[in-house]
Design a protein around this ligand. Structure first.
Ligand code: AMP
Length: 286
């Protein structure tokens, strides 16, 4: 495994592989790697000849400075996990390699409202920052495939929309959410949960599963109210629970009007913000 912290040497190396006709898979991460990240890496290794993993805690996507400061950073541990998976390249740049003073990396992408709901509503500017960093990383790596997790469903929708507005020729692959045995979605933030809060946080998965199981019989309002009730146990506080059209992320009022529907939630657990989602209906033609 080769690791880089500068753009130029990484680009020169990748150019050789690209020139030799090797396909490049790319997995962008913010580090503190867990099995969810490693699933994306495994998928990239399956589908592409070489895999590049980036580890970069992107300051422009944090609307809360305390969240940025508290974000776990475990580089040595991350590198050893990636080495164990035989990843070819790791890119872990400092902030000024990604955002050099002389380069304007901010683009005015249009998200057609995808950035205004749910995470967009509660984390202003977050998706502009996500699009900025992913676009910059794609410029640098120029991969054939980009692997992202369903765990951040709205983020995948945003990046899909962004790709329509760029010249990157990249296939976006959304990989399933990896969960703890309790059902809790794996997240780098979970290390900040106490053992008892972590155990109780399974209520999020249970609430989403309830929505999926009862989607045909209960109203949207009732499903959302039931979710809130299931997660209304201290120290949890539901920030939002939304049932939305899978492509546009617009709120659904009647499930039978749509073929692709997702339930998305953000829940505060003792000062830690957890997000999760579940596709509750998908009857689209293949
Ligand atoms: P992050 O380091 O949180 O920015 O995540 C990097 C990538 O890993 C994103 O595409 C996430 O959606 C994905 N990811 C994070 N957690 C999970 C999970 N539990 N299962 C699958 N993918 C995940």
């Amino acid at each position: 495994m080769m690791s880089f912290d500068e753009v130029r040497p990484l680009q020169l190396t990748l150019k050789k592989y690209r020139g030799a006709g090797r396909s490049i898979g790319f997995v962008p991460t913010m580090g503190a790697l867990h099995q969810g990240h490693l699933d994306l890496v495994a998928r990239s290794r399956e589908e592409c000849d070489i895999t590049v993993v980036s580890i970069f805690v992107n300051p422009t996507q944090f609307n809360n400075p305390e969240d940025l400061e508290k974000y776990p950073r475990t580089l040595e541990d991350d590198l050893s996990k990636l080495r164990a998976m035989d990843v070819e390249f790791v890119f872990h740049p400092p902030v000024d390699e990604i955002y050099p003073r002389e380069l304007d990396t901010r683009k005015d992408f249009v998200f057609d409202g995808l950035d205004e709901v749910m995470e967009g509503e509660f984390r202003p500017g977050h998706f502009a920052g996500v699009a900025q960093v992913v676009n910059r990383l794609l410029d640098i790596v120029q991969p054939d495939c980009l692997f992202m997790g369903q765990k951040d469903f709205q983020q995948v929708a945003i990046i899909r929309k962004m790709l329509e507005q760029t010249t990157h020729h990249v296939k976006l692959v959304m990989c399933p959410t990896r969960r703890e045995p309790s059902g809790l979605a794996m997240s780098s933030r979970n290390v900040r949960l106490s053992p008892s809060t972590k155990e109780k946080a399974a209520c999020i998965f249970e609430g989403l599963s309830w929505i999926r199981s009862n989607a045909e019989t209960l109203t949207v309002d009732q499903l959302k109210a039931d979710f809130r009730e299931k997660c209304q146990i201290p120290p949890f506080e539901v920030e939002y629970i939304e049932i939305a059209v899978g492509d546009t992320l617009r709120p659904v009022s009647n499930l039978s009007d749509h073929s692709y529907v997702v339930a998305c939630a953000a829940v505060w657990a003792d000062g830690v913000r957890l997000i999760d989602n579940m596709i509750i209906k998908d009857s689209r033609a293949l």
